[in-house]
Design a protein around this ligand. Structure first.
Ligand code: F3S
Length: 395
């Protein structure tokens, strides 16, 4: 791989031990994937933030980097931690967990990373433009950035994203190259998708089949942005989809029209099969919405649906702090709280230690959360549309 003189210096340790260590990781990645050179990135999203996911080794690693006064070189935002960073005590998060989680946040802050704490950075100030090279981890955000925005990123892991942030570079391979963004599977959708959950169920089904390929979906007449984030998140979870195209909707679809690739049909039966596979529980202890983190529009919609009601089960909607603040100013948080719900900031169903908080069966309208909750949080899952969940139609 070609390296500039400046990059050679990074590799030889002239810019300090941490830069050397981080750049070595990027070079190694580039060698594995056949990159020809390094390219600059303009933004990074770092995952691997929850103490539940990274534990003491991760905490020590981050504190070590922060203690060396290492700073990121580009605009860098952060994924959700394992708790609401302000209301963790009120919400019942364990204190020993909270202490470690706050140390992790401090370490990131010392590195100059914006502690946005959300998996939807594009809603809170980290919005790349079409064609921009970025290095994002968090699979749902990667999928959104590549597919809906048309920015270019590989599916980074936490360490490689952090390395890209510290070095301002990423190896040039995979989805950074136009040729590698062509579809590998044509998906003919022959069913009407009516809710975020339907988009999640479709995503779950397609992700299982296409794995780390690139699906090209035909037959989706319209999709709201929130539905696209639900679709991409589910495909990234059941498979490893980092980019999808939808005819007439996503920005690269027209020039990526498929020819001569394998095709599958998805109809009502396949959608119902996906629901059946993801539904492993019956009576939920709690309903958790906001995976990926809810937009202001989704919170407004929930407030509208629960206004004047009293929910029988605990209800959370997870979102970023920034979005929650606006929702509070608009009165949506109060409406949801009066109905017995909570607008939970920063964290989410999957990265929070909900199993330690006594919950055994969780209801969600997200294909991604439904896919991960059994393994990450030992939960049984009820996976339905928002309307079904709010009306208690859980089986
Ligand atoms: Fe985001 Fe958590 Fe879902 S990180 S995509 S809300 S699993």
């Amino acid at each position: 791989m070609y390296l500039t003189k400046e990059q050679e210096k990074m590799l030889s340790g002239e810019q300090g031990e941490t830069v050397e260590r981080m750049f070595r990781l990027l070079v190694r990645l580039g060698e594995i994937y056949g990159a020809d050179k390094m390219i600059p990135v303009s933004s990074v999203q770092v995952a691997g933030v929850s103490y539940k996911s990274i534990g003491d080794p991760g905490l020590e690693f981050l504190e070590d980097i922060a203690a060396k006064n290492t700073k990121v070189m580009v605009h860098t935002t952060l994924n959700p931690p394992g708790m609401d960073l302000l209301d963790w005590d009120k919400l019942g998060f364990p204190k020993d967990f909270a202490v470690k989680q706050l140390r992790i946040m401090d370490a990131f802050k010392k590195m100059g990373i914006m502690t946005t704490a959300t998996c939807t950075p594009y809603l809170v100030g980290n919005l790349p433009h079409f064609g921009e090279h970025i290095a994002w981890s968090e699979s749902s955000a990667v999928s959104f950035a590549n597919s809906v925005i048309g920015a270019r990123t590989n599916r980074e892991g936490g360490p490689s994203a952090l390395a890209a942030a510290i070095c301002g570079l990423t190896p040039n391979y995979g989805l950074h190259i136009a040729e590698k963004r062509k579809p590998t599977l044509l998906v003919r959708v022959g069913v009407e998708l009516k809710s975020n959950a339907d988009f999640g169920a479709l995503g779950y089904h397609v992700g299982k089949i296409v794995k780390d390929g690139i699906p090209y979906l035909k037959g989706i007449a319209r999709a709201e942005v929130d539905q696209l984030k639900a679709l991409g998140a589910a495909m990234a979870a059941s498979g490893a989809v980092a980019l999808y195209h939808i005819e007439g909707i996503t920005p690269e679809a027209e020039k990526m029209a498929p020819s001569g690739i394998e095709a599958i049909d998805v109809g009502e039966n396949e959608l119902q099969e996906a629901y059946a596979k993801l539904n492993t529980g019956k009576e939920p202890d709690i309903i958790i919405l906001g995976c990926p983190h809810a937009s202001l529009k989704e919170i407004a919609n929930l407030a509208c649906k629960v206004e004047g009601r009293h929910m029988k089960k605990p209800l959370w909607i997870c979102t970023s702090r920034t979005t929650k603040d606006t929702a509070t100013k608009m009165g949506f948080t109060e409406i949801i709280e009066r109905a017995g719900g909570k607008v939970v900031a920063d964290t989410c169903a999957v990265v929070a230690p909900i199993e330690q908080m006594g919950y055994k069966t969780t209801a969600v309208d997200s294909g991604k959360a439904a896919n991960y909750l059994p393994s990450f949080c030992k939960q049984q899952v009820v996976f339905k549309s928002l309307d079904d969940l709010l009306e208690g139609r859980t089986s």
